[in-house]
Design a protein around this ligand. Structure first.
Ligand code: HEC
Length: 136
């Protein structure tokens, strides 16, 4: 390979990597944006990051909150309240797999809201949390 063609080869590789990264990032916002629109059609008020944060961290009378397992930082690994099983960071900026799968998001919203609040979350709560999470 000549010097010039290996530079071209390297450039092509870099462009490909950049495209792949953009694709992953776009996917996260596409899925969560679509879900936010759906929740919005069932919620009375506009979603805010402040409400999302408050809902996430506020402990219930039973002492439980979303932080019980996900930990105090969305950027660090959490550990399951009961089993001690490690939970990967929740922030999409450090864990690009987050908020990319509708089925997974719905499944865990259902389970975790029931465990934390003893009931399902409302569309308002889910929208606030999802908006806030998607920006981390
Ligand atoms: C009892 C422990 C526990 C609590 C409390 C908890 N979670 Fe989770 N959560 C998990 C586990 C386990 C997973 C799945 C493992 C993983 O994704 O790393 C998960 C995954 C999720 C996901 C999936 C995100 C994705 O796209 O990968 C969402 C959304 C979520 N939780 C929201 C919440 C919310 C909202 C609360 C508070 C109402 C909460 N969690 C409280 C254990 C918990």
């Amino acid at each position: 390979m000549t010097g010039q063609s290996s530079v071209k080869f390297l450039l092509r590789g870099l462009i490909l990597i950049a495209l792949l990264i953009t694709a992953v990032v776009m996917q996260a916002t596409e899925v969560s944006d679509a879900m936010l629109e759906e929740f919005a059609s069932e919620a009375a008020e506009r979603f805010t990051v402040q409400a999302g944060l408050a809902t996430w961290i506020t402990p219930q009378p039973n002492g439980r909150s979303c932080e019980s397992c996900h930990g105090e930082s969305l950027f660090a690994t959490g550990s399951h309240y009961k089993t001690g099983e490690l939970i990967e960071p929740m922030a999409p900026s450090v864990n690009p797999e987050r908020l990319t799968e509708r089925r997974k998001i719905n499944k865990w919203f259902l389970r975790n809201c029931k465990w934390t609040y003893g009931r399902e979350c409302t569309a308002q709560e889910k929208g606030d949390i999802l908006l806030w999470l998607s920006q981390q």
